[in-house]
Design a protein around this ligand. Structure first.
Ligand code: BGC
Length: 929
């Protein structure tokens, strides 16, 4: 019997060994493999403007304890040279280093239009070389001002302010611009550089160029505008060619929340430069200038981000973007010189379609009015394939919810109409989808159709900034899986060039407080490195002269006058880059942000020399949407909001501390000393002013304790007391519920677990009673709601003035779920997941969880299951990294790894601790729930 067991264990072991060797079908290769080559976080980026870009790669190996001992990078000016292992631009030669991230290109100068190819080879810990990686590439855009021969152009009717008469709720008509040109010879290569002030769709000879949506995205257009580079060789040929563009008002000239119409300019403009090389060695260049023709009298009679598009098919001009079209009635475009704004490469992943949804149900609550339910709150627009009547407008109205009678609920959209219209030019079938807009919706109300729509008549097209998904999460509790799904959907919906608060009402701004709270959850969900690089540029572009960070970035108003200088919102300019550093080890970005972050702390300090942040707290949103906002008779009316000075001073102390750490890392030791001391002093004042000797914090709020604990502001001896008051407050005053808002909810949860109250954290997470995350889900949430009481059974929808159903701030709980259910925790002292901690903390009655996170250094995985009194934990630690594993365990001497008993490096009350090198490990321990 014993022998049989022994034999089967060996068989299982051999099978699992074989399986692990078979990763990606490379079982015959014991070597270290190198892949996922990226340049400035992007795969094969095109049109860059960084002259010393950074390269990175990911290692894979089937062996344990594997690491890189050296690398060699080759960069060549042609794929052929690279194939011959010739790095004519740069050969780093063999560098003895384990560095796989941010290797700075040190080859020949990178010039405008250059295309380069690169590959890398690495040596394992024993000095064996890998194969060369697959080749990767990058290319440069037009990096000198003098490269640009094009001029901005616009339609003269739009320029002559005819738009001023537009009703403030309307949007501008789209501009169509075209240019016919002749190519004299066979084209060997053609590259188009395109930008707009506004939004553009660019066409060549009837074909749309690129797959990006809402280009060139949202930046502070007064300072920088992105342009896109396209290889259009296949789209241009000898003979007559036509370049055409459609321009929308977008964020440049469209209505934006409090700023109103024309936030940056009054009419959209286009910039085009197409450079063509011929087989015979000659060149041609086509640039936007006054030789282009334009009109605003096309089929898109209005097009705005908030309101949607109205498309009158009767005004369509088929073939406008092809040769042979008669544009005699169009006007000559007006031109404008390139001005002081910089044309830049867009470093974040562009907005792209990700998926399509088919309706789950269509109802007809009123005759001829159809309500389509996609079963999922989503962001994008709809494609219609339906039947209509000539001249009869079809309305496509989008909303997140329905009323009891089944009709669409649109009150929470405020001033955003989210209504597309299509006016057919003939009876019968038509196909339609808008552009230059986006809608937040689960339901669509269709009216004006001539035939009832079928499920296939309408498709929901989901798009967002295409940062790659990085994390996968599953556990045995379906409600928690749904919660994580809701977080992912909310992230899809709000990652739209800037990190938005919401996607549906007339707001959709990169509110800094929201992304500050959500940043780590966002990082677990998607690879945010490139996106945050762009966002942090926006925070710097829109910092006020006195150092105030904006409340949102980009900031379309006057940041020196309003919407800047708010505790927790402005602090995003310090906290978000720190998160980027922790997760992606990006020191260059930290160095870029450093002086802005320092100026922010100096602003607060200057206004508050006694270190209590009382002055210069502009809008003071505090712990937005905390318990005091909940309207219910059986809920305390006060006690949720953190006293304003406690709240603000806690953020001040935290930011000063981070700026001190930033200074250390970027090598500014004097400033490090200064800000570390400042942080100590603020902490002292915080304690003197707000903390009583027994650990009570002024206001006795959950949020106050959460901040003080999370920012490490309390003396060690008072931590437990403060934590106890937090617990009591949750249990007694709020009957087992959180009263926290968007700044303190995830912090309270993290601190409960960190300070020995994991059980209570789990109870709050898995609670279904109001208010809780699962209450939202039980009441139909498929994305995260803005408010705990967005919808309450007894009272219905909350105040429509502020009730988004797609708001990621309360989704910051994702961070707790990743850190404690899957157990993944970055280690600040070895950033970029060089070392990390796997520490699952089971609870809430769940019996298994499984997750993987594609870190900047490769795939990290952690899966566990509780079975027959044992805790089984499988982990994957990528090559070149190490991990601390904390296994829940009731008997530290009975822990095995791959069936061998192993001795922990230390034992704590409820877990045993191991240090491991890279590899795949299978642990098991005795476990009592
Ligand atoms: C947004 C929030 C934001 C806030 C500022 C709201 O309208 O939707 O999420 O942070 O304003 O308090």
């Amino acid at each position: 019997m014993k022998k049989t067991l022994h034999t089967s264990i060996i068989i299982i072991f051999v099978i699992s060994l074989l399986c692990s060797l078979n990763v990606k079908g490379q079982s015959d290769s014991p070597k270290l493999r190198v892949g996922n080559l990226r340049c400035e976080y992007r795969i094969n980026p095109v049109g860059m403007d960084i002259i010393n870009p950074r390269l990175s790669w990911v290692l894979e190996s089937d062996k344990r304890d594997e690491r890189q001992s050296a690398y060699r990078v080759l960069v060549a000016s042609s794929p052929g040279l690279l194939e011959k292992d010739m790095g004519d631009l740069w050969d780093s030669e063999k560098v003895n280093s384990d560095q796989t991230l941010h290797i700075v290109y040190e080859g020949s100068s990178l010039l405008s239009r250059m295309e380069v190819w690169w590959k890398v080879k690495v040596w394992d810990r024993k000095g064996n070389p890998s194969q060369w990686s697959q080749p990767a590439s990058w290319s440069m855009g037009l990096i000198r001002e003098s490269d640009w021969e094009a001029q901005w152009i616009a339609d003269p009717a739009a320029v002559s302010h005819e738009t001023d008469s537009v009703n403030p709720n309307d949007a501008l008509p789209a501009t169509y611009i075209r240019k016919s040109f002749t190519i004299k010879s066979t084209v060997s290569k053609a590259t188009a550089y395109i930008s707009a002030l506004g939004l553009y769709e660019f066409h060549l000879n009837g074909k749309r160029v690129g797959d990006q949506i809402l280009s060139p995205e949202w930046t502070d257009y007064d300072k920088r505008v992105s342009y896109q580079t396209y290889d259009v060789t296949e789209l241009i040929s000898a003979g007559e060619n036509v370049a055409g563009a459609i321009l929308g008002e977008g964020w440049y000239a469209g209505r934006l929340m409090n700023v109103g119409r024309f936030p940056y300019g009054k009419f959209p403009r286009l910039l085009v430069q197409i450079e063509i090389e011929m087989d015979d060695g000659s060149h041609q260049i086509i640039v936007s200038n006054e030789s282009w023709n334009s009109t605003t009298r096309g089929p898109i009679i209005s097009s705005g981000i908030y309101n949607g598009e109205t498309y009158d098919a009767r005004l369509a001009f088929p073939g406008w973007d092809c040769p042979g079209f008669n544009d005699k009635k169009w006007s000559r475009a007006r031109s404008f010189n390139l001005d002081s704004r910089r044309l830049v490469w867009l470093c974040n992943e562009p907005i792209r379609f990700e998926k399509e949804l088919t309706p789950v149900k269509i109802t007809e609550p009123e005759p001829g009015i159809y309500v389509v339910d996609f079963g999922q709150n989503m962001v994008g627009w709809c494609k219609l394939h339906a039947e209509g009547l000539k001249d009869k407008a079809i309305s496509i109205l989008h909303g997140e919810a329905i009323k009891n009678d089944g009709t669409l609920y649109t009150e929470n959209l405020r001033g955003a109409l989210q209504n597309d219209y299509y006016i057919p030019d003939a009876d019968g079938l038509f196909d339609y989808e808008p552009r230059f807009t986006y809608h937040g919706f689960r339901y669509v109300e269709l009216s004006g159709l001539s035939k009832p729509p079928a499920l296939h008549s309408i498709t929901g097209k989901v798009f967002h900034s295409s940062s790659p998904f990085a994390g996968k999460f599953k556990c045995s509790d379906q409600s928690l899986n749904r919660l994580m799904e809701n977080i992912r959907w909310t992230m899809r919906g709000n990652l739209m060039s800037s990190p938005n608060d919401c996607p549906q009402r007339d707001e959709r701004f990169g509110w800094m407080g929201d992304i500050q709270a959500f940043a780590q959850t966002g990082i677990f969900t998607m690879d945010m490195a490139a996106f945050f690089t762009k966002f942090l540029q926006d925070t710097r572009d829109d910092q006020a002269d006195d150092g105030r960070f904006p409340d949102y970035a980009p900031h379309p108003g006057n940041v020196n006058e309003s919407y800047s200088g708010v505790p927790a919102w402005g602090d995003a300019g310090v906290i978000v880059p720190w998160r980027v550093y922790q997760n992606y080890a990006d020191i260059r970005l930290l160095a870029k942000q450093f002086s802005a972050a320092r100026r922010w702390v100096d602003y607060v300090h200057r206004n508050n020399p006694n270190l209590i942040w009382a002055n210069g707290r502009n809008n003071d949103y505090n712990d937005w949407l905390n318990g005091n906002w909940i309207k219910s008779d059986c809920w305390p009316k006060d006690g949720g909001e953190v006293p304003k000075e406690v709240f603000a001073t806690a953020f001040f102390a935290n930011s000063a501390r981070i700026v001190g750490k930033m200074a250390e890392i970027v090598g500014r030791s004097e400033e490090a000393d200064y800000y570390n001391k400042l942080a100590d002093r603020i902490k002292d004042v915080f304690n003197k002013e707000f903390v009583s000797p027994d650990g009570r914090i002024k206001g006795n709020t959950q949020g106050g304790y959460a901040l003080a604990l999370n920012f490490n502001l309390l003396p060690e001896k008072l931590r437990q007391e403060a934590n106890q008051y937090l617990v009591e407050n949750i249990n007694n005053r709020y009957n087992g519920h959180l009263s926290t808002g968007i700044q303190t909810t995830h912090r309270a949860m993290l601190e409960l677990t960190r300070n020995g109250n994991n059980k209570l954290a789990w109870k709050l997470l898995t609670d279904h009673t109001f208010p809780s995350w699962l209450y939202m889900i039980d009441n139909g949430a498929t994305t995260i709601w803005e408010r705990w009481d967005g919808y309450v059974k007894e009272s219905g929808y909350q105040d429509p003035g502020m009730n988004s159903f797609n708001h990621w701030a309360l989704g910051s709980i994702g961070e707790w779920m990743w850190r404690n259910i899957i157990g993944l925790n970055p280690d600040d002292s070895q950033p970029g997941w060089k070392h990390f901690i796997i520490a699952p903390r089971p609870g809430g009655g769940i019996c298994w969880a499984s997750g993987e996170y594609h870190s900047i250094r490769g795939r990290i995985a952690s899966s566990w299951i509780i079975k027959h009194g044992k805790f089984y934990l499988d982990v994957t630690v990528p090559p070149n990294t190490t991990a601390t594993i904390r296994i829940p365990s009731s008997k530290a001497d009975k822990i095995t790894e791959s069936f061998q008993v192993i001795i922990p490096v230390s034992v704590e009350e409820d877990c045993a601790v191991f240090e491991v090198e890279s590899g795949i490990y299978h642990f098991s321990s005795q476990y009592k729930r």
